[in-house]
Design a protein around this ligand. Structure first.
Ligand code: NAP
Ligand code: ZN
Ligand code: ZN
Length: 349
C-alpha cells in the first residue's frame, strides 16, 4: 500500500516524554478524506494512554482525538466533503457499520469500532495513530463538519470533551426544572457545565479547587460546591436529579450518591486508572443508579457540533506549541488547565 510520511509526536514507552517521531498514513482510498491538522485538543485520555494507565497501549503511541483541520484531498467516491472544507475527527475513525449499535448510530459501542489511536488499523496492519501529527486520512463517514462561525481552535475539544458531556446529559433528559451536578472542572467538566446550563437545568459545580469558584460561575454554574467541605456537601443531600462525574483520578463516588434524590442517577465519564469503591447503602436506599457513558456516536456528534454552532458554544482553551505537550501533561495532573490545552499544529515543523 502507498503511504505518506508525516511528522508526529509520540511516546516511546510508558515512562518516556513525548518527542518528535515520523509516522506513515495511507494514501487516501476512494472513500477517504485527507486532512491537514490545524489544531488538536489535549484530553486527559491522551495522558492515560501515553503512560499506559489503562494497560493496552502499544508503542510508539501517538495520542490526540480532538482533531480539526482542512481537507487537502478526497477519494473519487467521497460525496460529503471537498478540498478546502473545515472538518473534525473525534475518538472514532471506523466501525463495522452493520451491527445493531452501528445501525442505531451508536458506533462507540460497536465491538468492531476503531479508535483514532490505540486500535488496529486494518489498512496498515499496525496500531492507529492520533492527532498529534500533521495530517490524517479518515473514511468520510467518520469525518464531521465543523460549524463555520466558531473559532476553530476553541471548537477542537468539542470532538471529545464536548460529545462526552453532551451525550449523557441528552440521554438522561437533562432540562428545565432539574438540579444537575457536574463533578470536576477540567476539560470535560467545563463543557458539562456549559451544556447543562444551555439545556436549562439548575447547575451545581463540584470542585476540589477553591481557585475555580469564580470561573465555574462565569462558565454557567448557578452554585459551586467545594467538594472537600463536608458541610457544603451535606447541604445538598437528597436533592439532585442527575450528576455527571468527570474526574480523572480515584475519588469517593459514594459521597455523590448521597446527594441524589430517589431514582436519581450518577453517570461516570471519568476513566481513572484504578477502580472506584462503591458502597451498597447509598445506592439501595432511594433506588439510586450509577452508570457510565462513552463519547457519542457519529450522528449525535454532528448534532452536538451543530448545536454549538447555533448557540455559539466553544471551549475555553489555552493554546500551546507541540513542544510544550509534556509540561501541559504535568499541569493537567495538577488540575491546572483553564480549561483545555489545544496544540497549534503549525508548531510541528
Ligand atoms: P482534566 O481536564 O484533567 O480534568 C479532570 C478534573 O478532575 C480536574 O480538573 C479536577 O477538577 C478533577 N480532579 C482531578 N484529580 C482529582 C482528584 N484526585 N479528586 C477529585 N477531583 C479530581 O481531564 P478531562 O480531559 O476532563 O478528562 C476527565 C476524565 O474523563 C479522564 O479520566 C478521561 O480519560 C476521561 N474521559 C472519558 C471519556 C468517555 O468517553 N467516558 C471521554 C474523554 C475523557 P477540580 O479541580 O475542579 O476538582
Ligand atoms: Zn478524549
Ligand atoms: Zn458495528
Amino acid at each position: 500500500m502507498k503511504t505518506i510520511n508525516v511528522k508526529a509526536y509520540a511516546a516511546q514507552t510508558a515512562a518516556s516524554a513525548l518527542a518528535p517521531h515520523g509516522i506513515v498514513r495511507r494514501e487516501p482510498g476512494p472513500m477517504d478524506v485527507q486532512i491537514q491538522i490545524q489544531y488538536c485538543g489535549v484530553c486527559h485520555s491522551d495522558l492515560h494512554f501515553a503512560r499506559n494507565e489503562w494497560g493496552f497501549t502499544q508503542y510508539p503511541a501517538v495520542p490526540g482525538h480532538e482533531i480539526v483541520g482542512r481537507v487537502t484531498a478526497v477519494g473519487s467516491g467521497v460525496k460529503k466533503f471537498k478540498v478546502g472544507d473545515t472538518v473534525g475527527v473525534g475518538c472514532l475513525v471506523d466501525s463495522c457499520r452493520t451491527c445493531p449499535d452501528c445501525r442505531s448510530g451508536l458506533e462507540q459501542f460497536c465491538t468492531g469500532m476503531v479508535m483514532t489511536y490505540g486500535s488496529m488499523d486494518k489498512h496498515l496492519n499496525a496500531p492507529t495513530l492520533g492527532g498529534y501529527s500533521q495530517s490524517i486520512v479518515v473514511t468520510e463517514d467518520f469525518v464531521l463538519r465543523m460549524p463555520t462561525n466558531l473559532d476553530l481552535a476553541a471548537a477542537a475539544p468539542l470532538l471529545c470533551a464536548g460529545i462526552t458531556t453532551y451525550s449523557p446529559l441528552k440521554h438522561w433528559k437533562v432540562g428545565p426544572g432539574q438540579k444537575v451536578g457536574i463533578v470536576g472542572l477540567g476539560g470535560l467538566g467545563h463543557m458539562g457545565v456549559k451544556f447543562a446550563k444551555a439545556f436549562g437545568a439548575h447547575v451545581v459545580l463540584f470542585t476540589t479547587s477553591p481557585g475555580k469558584v469564580a470561573d465555574g460561575k462565569r462558565l454557567g454554574a448557578h452554585e459551586v460546591v467545594i467538594s472537600k467541605d463536608e458541610a457544603q456537601m451535606a447541604a445538598h443531600a437528597n436533592s439532585f436529579d442527575f450528576i455527571l462525574d468527570a474526574v480523572s483520578a480515584t475519588h469517593d463516588v459514594n459521597a455523590y450518591f448521597n446527594l441524589l434524590k430517589r431514582d436519581g442517577n450518577l453517570t461516570l465519564v471519568g476513566a481513572p486508572e484504578k477502580p472506584l469503591p462503591v458502597a451498597a447503602f447509598p445506592l439501595i436506599f432511594r433506588r439510586r443508579s450509577f452508570s457510565g457513558s462513552l463519547i457519542g456516536g457519529l450522528p449525535e456528534t454532528q448534532e452536538m457540533l451543530d448545536f454549538c454552532g447555533r448557540h455559539n458554544i466553544t471551549c475555553d482553551i489555552e493554546m500551546i506549541r507541540m513542544d510544550q505537550i509534556n509540561t501541559a501533561y504535568e499541569r493537567m495532573l495538577k488540575s491546572d488547565v483553564k480549561y483545555r490545552f489545544v496544540i497549534d499544529m503549525a508548531s510541528l515543523t
